[in-house]
Design a protein around this ligand. Sequence first.
Ligand code: HEM
Length: 446
Amino acid sequence: MVAAVPPVVSGGLPVIGHLVEMLQNRETLFKRGYAEHGDLFTIKLGPQPVLVITGADHNRQFYTETDKSLNMQDGYTFLKEAIGEVLFTASQETYYNQRPALQEVFKRERMVDYARAMNIEVQRWLDSLGQSGEVDIAQAMMDLAQAVAGRAFIGPDYEAELGDGFWRQYEAIAASLDPVLPPKLPLPKFRRRDQAKKKINATLSALIQKRRDRPERYNDLITTLLTTPLKDGTILPDKDIVTIFMGLIFAGHETTAGQAAWLIVLLLQHPDYLRLVQEEIAQHVKPGAALDGSMLSRLEHLYWAIDETTRLRPSADTQIRTVEEPIQVGSYQIPAGWRVMVSGATSHHLPAIFSDPERFNPLRFAPEQGEGKNPFAIIGFGGGIHKCSGMNFAKNEMAIITTLFFQQFDAELLSRDIRVVMGKGANRVSEVRVRYQRKAGAPRVG
Ligand code: HEM
């Protein structure tokens, strides 16, 4: 029998419901909801009812109903004013028209170039560390993710081409993100956003023109977007190239930085597993060698650790959709206008799927244990047609960072209380102080 809508979680306040708790600590909110009502419950964000779902079967329905009875774009409205209408923030029609360009950006051949860019930037970072010292890994990963994005998408001259102010302007845009306030209010943060957008537009438009004038000189993201026909046979206009560039930076750099930092933290907190990773690195990666696809494919313990980091410390711990047509979920009928959210805080910790779920145990993903078989059990990279296009990019980046770091340095974690810091985009990590010492015989590569 189809029942009324799912029960509401305790703790809601008059008028605002669970809004403040959602913005400040949704992990506790979702865990409480699961403890009270199981895998389907309701939270209230102001007057807006939201169904929160848990478990691979419900997650599968969420991802396969996206672009059918569930609408993805509404959930990203707050991003539109910041980066523009593109891919996942644009209408479905625009998304499917632009999809060939997205696929071209992440096709296999390009991943080879991206891995080369990652090796260079990671080695530059390691060379800058000197013989020994202390570093905040959280900040270092953020800087590194920006450098990798610059080199991978703009090419070797990215520092001169993007100019000094680019990342400051990007920060002004990111700082303006606000899922609650109307994005056109005359507030200082929205004015700073609009000024930063103008400057970024001017910078990127000039880069596009240079590549249009001399396409033979470049082999980068902009040239790819300038030469890839869309579904309707047209080429992206310049303004959409700017928006796709910004969309990829937005989707990719804080997410990767946060998860790379957590990966290093979790490995340092679990020295027995780190030893397995180091043995594997010693066996398959010659000192001084740049990592390519074939080397990366042999680092299975490292990639299991990356998956375990996605499970335990996801940068993207939730995603949201709007119900366009009434939909049955479990035994409930969810009306149009409701929202639906997936929840890493609960789905990633189900004992029926993950044995001893609170424990860091990457070996759970080894084929003989097989806990990673259901593609909808973990939601950290999304699922279905909109599954993260940059997932392999991000995983390779994390693998190259950790391999070269632990190959060349001994490291000790100094920070004790490391926390997830909820961002308006991706989750970040609090400060991570690490003391390091260059290993004997690990020369600077330069
Ligand atoms: C650890 C790093 C990353 C995480 C955790 C992550 C997470 C996600 C998630 C959860 C989604 C699905 C969103 C939804 O269904 O609402 C997504 C989509 C997407 N991601 Fe990532 N991402 C990461 C890195 C990257 C990188 C490096 C790039 C590009 C350079 C990227 C580009 C994209 C794009 C373009 C989409 C939209 C795909 C579509 O709509 O078809 N991501 N990502």
